[in-house]
Design a protein around this ligand. Structure first.
Ligand code: ZN
Length: 500
C-alpha cells in the first residue's frame, strides 16, 4: 500500500509541476509577453497542458486509485492521504469521462466562438454571436449527458467549479435572496444619492500603486513569496510553493479600481499562501472551490477594505497620499462614497448591494438554456426584460447587456453562481470570526489584521482542497451555505448609509 501511494504521489507531483509551469507561462503572457509571441506561447501552454492531462488520465492512475481504495477506507477520513485519494479519484473520474474528441471540439468551438463574441460585442450585434453560442450550449448539453444520470442537467457543469454542489441547493439559496435584495435596491433608489465625485478626480498612478502595496502588506500578504504586476484583467496565481503572485490595474481617473482590485487579488493570494506546505505538489495544493476562493477575495476587499474600521485607521494615511483630492473630504463622506449603491449594467462594476442580482439573472438564463426552455435567439430580449425587473434599469444595447461577459463564449456555463455564493459565504465566515474574535472591529480600527488572518489560515486556508465547499462551510460556520447573513449585512450596512 505504501509503495502504491508513493507511486501515485510521484505521478501527481509531475502533473502539478507541469500545470504550474503552464501557469508561469500564462502569468508571463498576461504580465510581460510581447504580443508577437502569442502564437508560440499558445503552442507551449497547449503542449504542457496536454502532457499534464495525459499523465493524469493515464490508466496507471486509475489502477493505483482502485488498488488504494481498501486502504483509504481504513484511514482517518480527515488525514491528508485519505483526502488526497478522495480528491484525486473525483478529479480522475471527471477528467476521464470526456472523450478527447469532445475536448478538442470544445477548444475549437470556443476559439472561434470567442472571436465572434469579440466582434459581436464591439458592434453590439448579438446575431453575430448567436450561431456560435448555440453550438457551445449544445456542446455543454452533450457534456452534461456524459454524467447522466443526474438530478439536474446543470449539476455536472456546476460540479466542475463547486465540487459536490447541486443546482437545487443553489436555486434554493438564491430564491430566498432575490426578492429581498431587489427590494433593498429599489428602496435605496428612493433615497438621495451619496456623493462620490471626489473618487473621480486625477490620481497619480505611482501613488496609487504605493498605497496599494501598503494596504496588502498590512493585511498580511507575504512579499517574500509573491510579487505584484500590472495587467489588463487582474488575477492572482499560485505558481507552486513559495510563489503566489497578484496582478492589478491602475486608472488615473477613478480611485476605486486599483485599490479594491488589489485587495481582492491579495485576498485570493492570502488563501493560497496559507495552504499547508505539506500539500504542495498534490491536487490538494489550491483553494477548494471558486466560491470559497471568492469568499476570501470578497472578505478582504469588502468586509475589510470597504469597512468603516479599515478607513478609521487608513484614511489619514490616504489623505497624506492625496491631499488635494481628499484633504477636504471627511471620513464619513469618503466611507459613503466608496460604498455608493447604484444599479449599473456592467457586472464587474457592480457594488455590493446589486452584484448578486447580476449573477442570479445569468444563472437562471443558463439553466433555462440547458433545460431547453429558452432559445439562444431569444436571449437578448429575455435578458433586458429580467434585468429591468431585478435592477430597475434596462441596458441601452446588447454590448452593455447580454454580450458583456466573456464566459459564455468560452463555454464556462455553471461558473457565474460561484461569484454570488462567494459573497454569501464571506459574511457567514465573518460572523463566525466575530464570535471567536469579539474585538475584531477594534483591532481593524487600529490597523491590526494578524488575528483575523491567523483565524482564516487555521480554519480555512491550511486545508487547501481537502474538504468540499459545503463541508468546509459547515465545519467553519456550523451551517451550510446560507444567504440570510449576507442579506442581514446588506440591510444593516446600506440601511445606515442611506438612512432606510
Ligand atoms: Zn476573484
Amino acid at each position: 500500500m505504501e509503495n502504491k501511494l508513493k507511486e501515485l504521489k510521484t505521478i501527481l507531483a509531475d502533473v502539478d509541476d507541469l500545470q504550474r509551469a503552464a501557469s508561469v507561462l500564462n502569468w508571463d503572457q498576461q504580465a510581460n509577453m510581447p504580443a508577437a509571441a502569442a502564437e508560440a506561447r499558445g503552442y507551449q501552454m497547449g503542449t504542457l497542458s496536454r502532457i499534464a492531462h495525459e499523465t493524469f488520465t493515464d490508466e496507471k492512475v486509475g489502477k493505483l486509485l482502485e488498488a488504494l481504495k481498501p486502504a483509504a477506507a481504513e484511514m482517518e477520513p480527515d488525514s491528508d492521504d485519505a483526502c488526497l485519494i478522495k480528491v484525486t479519484a473525483r478529479e480522475y473520474k471527471r477528467s476521464t469521462k470526456v472523450p478527447p474528441e469532445m475536448v478538442a471540439e470544445k477548444a475549437q468551438l470556443t476559439a472561434v466562438g470567442n472571436q465572434a463574441w469579440q466582434e459581436a460585442r464591439a458592434k453590439s450585434d448579438f446575431p453575430l454571436f448567436q450561431p456560435h453560442m448555440e453550438k457551445i450550449v449544445d456542446w455543454s448539453k452533450r457534456f452534461a449527458e456524459l454524467f447522466a444520470p443526474y438530478d439536474h442537467i446543470y449539476d455536472p457543469l456546476l460540479d466542475g467549479y463547486e465540487p459536490g454542489m447541486k443546482t437545487a441547493e443553489v436555486q434554493a439559496i438564491f430564491d430566498g435572496l432575490k426578492g429581498p435584495q431587489s427590494e433593498l435596491i429599489h428602496a435605496i433608489a428612493e433615497k438621495p444619492q451619496v456623493d462620490d465625485s471626489f473618487l473621480h478626480l486625477d490620481f497619480d498612478e505611482q501613488k496609487q500603486w504605493d498605497f496599494g502595496v501598503e494596504a496588502v502588506t498590512q493585511i498580511g500578504y507575504d512579499w517574500k513569496r509573491g510579487r505584484e504586476d500590472k495587467v489588463t484583467h487582474p488575477f492572482s496565481t499560485n505558481l507552486g510553493y513559495g510563489d503566489q503572485r497578484i496582478t492589478t490595474r491602475v486608472y488615473d481617473d477613478f480611485f476605486n479600481t486599483h485599490l479594491f482590485a488589489t485587495l481582492h487579488e491579495a485576498g485570493h493570494a492570502l488563501y493560497e499562501q496559507g495552504i499547508g506546505p505539506e500539500l504542495a505538489r498534490t491536487p490538494l495544493y489550491g483553494g477548494t472551490s471558486l466560491a470559497i476562493h471568492e469568499s476570501q477575495s470578497r472578505l478582504w476587499e469588502n468586509l475589510v477594505g470597504r469597512s468603516h474600521q479599515f478607513w478609521t485607521f487608513n484614511y489619514p494615511r490616504l489623505q497624506e497620499f492625496f491631499p488635494s483630492q481628499f484633504g477636504n473630504v471627511d471620513l464619513e463622506s469618503f466611507y459613503k462614497g466608496i460604498n455608493k449603491v447604484e444599479p449599473s449594467f456592467i457586472r464587474v462594476e457592480a457594488d455590493e448591494a446589486t452584484y448578486n442580482l447580476h449573477i442570479m439573472l445569468r444563472m437562471e438564463l443558463e439553466i433555462e438554456l440547458l433545460e431547453g426552455k429558452l432559445a439562444v435567439k431569444d436571449l437578448p430580449e429575455v435578458w433586458n426584460e429580467r434585468f429591468n425587473q431585478y435592477l430597475g434599469v434596462t441596458p441601452p444595447d446588447d454590448a452593455e447587456g447580454v454580450l458583456q461577459d466573456v464566459h459564455w463564449s468560452f463555454g464556462l456555463y455553471g461558473y457565474f453562481s460561484t461569484y454570488a455564493l462567494g459573497n454569501l459565504i464571506s459574511v457567514q465566515i465573518w460572523e463566525a470570526v466575530k464570535k471567536d474574535l469579539p474585538d475584531l472591529e477594534d483591532l481593524m480600527a487600529a490597523g491590526k489584521f494578524s488575528d483575523l488572518h491567523k483565524w482564516l489560515r487555521e480554519k480555512i486556508y491550511r486545508h487547501g482542497s481537502k474538504f468540499e465547499p459545503q463541508e468546509l462551510v459547515q465545519r467553519v460556520t456550523g451551517s451550510k451555505i446560507d444567504g440570510t447573513p449576507y442579506l442581514r449585512y446588506l440591510q444593516s450596512k446600506f440601511g445606515e448609509i442611506y438612512g432606510l
